[in-house]
Write a protein that binds this ligand. Structure first.
Ligand code: IVH
Length: 714
């Protein structure tokens, strides 16, 4: 898209513009340059993942453009970078016809299927070897885009394949979709392209964490998150979801020479003898064109191959790297590369004969829902847990799954005795995707919610806008024990060898009554229990003792204040000098802090206003825990300020999360992928593609775990 010299020119232009901003000498006549610069930086950021400007620098140019446009409305163009910002709500999404029906793909599951398909392809084309283009099968929500005279005029969902919903405003929130693209350079007047909208794994995890923090049900997979996000009526919210798009198929175009292409079929609509120099003739050419015009097409991921054996090899290679990719793919797509051959092979009503999907090992399985049990959590929320016939999915056996709340059960139409489809997407907790209602035989039973707490028998209550039923008795033994389990857990105080089972055992034996009790365990009595030898007792003592040194943000998270997840805990820890001082903060004070909304602020306020909680904090302090902020410690250790890190492979001495925390504590930043922004790649055992990629970028320093520890220790 941008040559080296063009890149340099645009970078100089951008720096000049920034200087003008500082000198207040920017004029309305700079508007074209401003847009050019902003588009260039969007491309560096969203397509190449390799920005040349800081967010702050980008934002200051963006604000200037907004200002000039506000003063001169006649200068606004529909493809101006400011026009992604949608205000207000969409009423309904009108139905629109696709220019070409969006067909499905035929599926294959193993090498044999592909060998059969290749045989058919050779028969139909009459060739001994066919050239294929092989690319990832992105697991998201499919979309179609139309550009006319270089402008994005429409974005639509797949719908039933013939007609979908017009979601143009939402599509404009996806920063990797260009609002204009120079198709005219290729003589193209109108073009329809297809692709997949994705939410990357990182953003999906963050999004699900937010849902859980708000007591809402998490989504089963990033595909559902992407599909759901596209249909939100508030485009500002769509923008916040940070969606991405890969464009992989040109389904239709018309060009200045009178050619029309429809799904591989080229037809000349006039008799003029113009050149065909710019005419797209292959699928790989179309991916290259899209890439050159600033789209994120699988230009780097695709491979053009002849011979089905090399196709199979490439598919297997990609499957191995599947977990290392920042987004989900569920297979590969193999396409006959030449449009003339595509046309010769044609299509069925369901799928083109010139393409096939090679599906990776399923992360879904079906099983039976046998019963529902109700568990009381640390905040009193009563969670229904579905008991399933054990089923094996991508490496683990799943036999019980949270079904979150009453609404969720209704929405998914779950009944006892149902066959259910479950999914384990990446490293996300397994979820029920749906019940297979068509398999019902009439013996299925409704799931009945209890009216009383299954543990302390007090009456359950539900607030109006809430989805969960709660036991409000804060002394309910189920809640107390869950609070202690959470307190000791890995992401909280990280007291190893003090997991679920031991906490429950000690609690049931009366050795432990509350959180401070963790630091007052009767070890003489514990020593008499079966399975507690001197060594394990010493390990437990050390782990408990060490936990007293945990940083403040871990303690805050460990307290289990509703809606306070790890992120909010960090915000609070960075803010306060001495934890009990929060008792003097009003809801407004709390809301003025970064990323803290009214709901979270309300919950923090309530927690610190309860005298029992303050008493507990002082007890913990007397037992040797740290209630003071380690702000000064952070500054002293900020040796990695401005440095970026990424970990790959299995670390031997450290846990990945601990190593990442060490980076952050020392002022360093974590990145999610290899790019020229990365300073250090820390490599454990069995490192894969990230290491290979990093070796190609000379500025990245590759460290072993040992070297990393040396760096941290100065
Ligand atoms: S080509 C006419 N290429 O998979 C053929 N589809 O299961 C058009 N998909 O509906 C489709 N990645 O939503 C194609 N690289 C890729 C793809 C891809 C994902 C989706 C697409 C399609 C579905 C079929």
């Amino acid at each position: 898209m941008y040559s080296t010299s063009h890149t340099q020119k645009l970078q100089t232009l951008s720096t000049n513009l920034l200087q003008k901003v500082k000198a207040h000498s920017l004029k309305a006549s700079d508007i074209t340059h401003l847009r050019e610069a902003l588009r260039f930086h969007e491309y560096r950021y969203y397509i190449l993942n390799d920005p040349l400007f800081s967010d702050f620098e980008y934002d200051s140019l963006y604000k200037e453009l907004e200002k000039i446009e506000a003063e001169n409305p006649s200068l606004i163009t529909s493809d101006s970078p400011t026009q992604r910002v949608a205000i207000g709500l969409t009423k309904d999404f009108p139905t629109v016809q696709h220019l070409v029906p969006m067909l499905s793909l035929e599926n294959s599951y193993d090498a044999e299927d592909l060998i059969d398909w290749d045989r058919k392809a050779r028969e139909l084309t009459g060739l001994t070897e066919v050239e294929y283009c092989v690319e990832p099968k992105f697991d998201g929500a499919s979309i179609s885009l139309i550009y006319e005279n270089d402008l994005l005029v429409r974005g639509a969902t797949r719908g039933d394949g013939v007609a979908g919903d017009d979601i143009t405003t939402n599509i404009k929130q996806i920063r990797s979709v260009p609002l204009s693209a120079a198709f005219s350079k290729y003589g193209i007047q109108q073009i329809e392209i297809r692709g997949e909208v994705l939410m990357n794994k990182n953003n999906f995890k963050k999004y699900n964490d937010q849902l859980v923090e708000q007591s809402l049900a998490p989504l089963a997979n990033p595909r559902n998150a992407a599909a759901g996000s596209l249909r939100i009526k508030n485009s500002k919210e769509v923008s916040r979801r940070n969606l991405e798009a890969f464009l992989y198929h040109v389904s239709y175009f018309t060009n200045v020479d009178g050619w029309t292409m429809t799904d591989g079929r080229l037809i000349k609509t006039n008799n003029d003898h113009h050149s065909t120099a710019n005419l797209l003739l292959t699928h790989s050419d179309s991916l290259k064109m899209l890439w050159d015009l600033g789209f994120r097409s699988p230009q780097k991921e695709k491979k053009v191959l002849t011979g089905i054996e090399s196709v199979i090899d490439y598919c297997n290679q990609f499957e191995k790297e599947r977990d290392d990719l920042p987004y989900e793919i569920d297979g590969m797509v193999i396409k006959v590369n030449d449009f003339l051959l595509q046309d010769k092979m044609g299509m069925t009503t369901h799928h083109p004969r010139w393409a096939i999907a090679f599906k990776f090992k399923a992360r879904q399985a079906t099983t039976k829902l046998r019963a529902v049990e109700f568990q009381v959590g640390r905040t009193g929320a009563v969670t229904p847990v579905a008991k399933l016939d054990p089923v094996f999915i991508s490496g683990v056996t799943v036999s019980s799954i949270s079904v979150h709340n009453e609404e969720y059960i209704k929405e998914k139409d779950l009944k006892i005795g149902d066959s259910v489809l479950i999914e384990r997407a990446g490293d996300v907790i397994p979820q029920i995707v749906k019940s297979l209602t068509e398999l019902r035989d009439g013996d299925e039973q409704e799931i009945v919610f209890p009216k009383h707490c299954p543990v302390c028998k007090s009456k359950l209550t539900k607030e109006d806008e809430e989805a969960v039923w709660r036991c409000v008795n804060i002394e309910c033994p189920a809640q107390v024990v869950e609070r202690i389990i959470h307190f000791a857990s890995k992401d909280a105080m990280d007291i190893r060898s003090f997991g679920d089972a031991n906490v429950r055992k000690f609690f049931n034996l009366g050795f432990l009554k509350d959180v401070p009790g963790v630091y007052n365990l009767p070890f003489d009595k514990i020593a008499m229990l079966e399975g507690f030898k001197e060594k394990s007792i010493n390990n437990l003592k050390t782990a408990i003792e060490n936990s007293k040194q945990q940083p403040l943000h871990r303690l805050i998270y460990a307290l289990g204040i509703r809606f306070v997840g790890e992120t909010t805990a960090k915000v609070l820890a960075a803010f306060i000098d001495y934890l009990p001082n929060f008792k003097n903060y009003s809801i407004e004070d709390l809301q003025n802090m970064e990323d803290i909304g009214p709901k979270v602020a309300g919950s923090i306020y309530t927690f610190f206003r309860l005298p029992d909680n303050i008493k507990m904090l002082h007890e913990l302090e007397a037992l040797g825990l740290n209630l003071k902020s380690n702000k000064s410690a952070m500054v002293a250790g900020s040796s990695l300020e401005g440095q970026t890190f990424l970990f790959t492979g299995t670390l031997m001495q450290l846990k990945r999360s601990d190593a990442e925390e060490m980076v952050e504590k020392n002022g360093g930043k974590l990145l999610s992928g290899v790019s020229s922004k990365l300073n250090y790649l820390v490599v454990g055992e069995d490192a894969g593609s990230k290491l290979e990629k990093a070796k190609k970028i000379t500025s990245i320093k590759v460290l072993s775990e040992k070297e990393f520890l040396q760096l941290i220790n100065g």
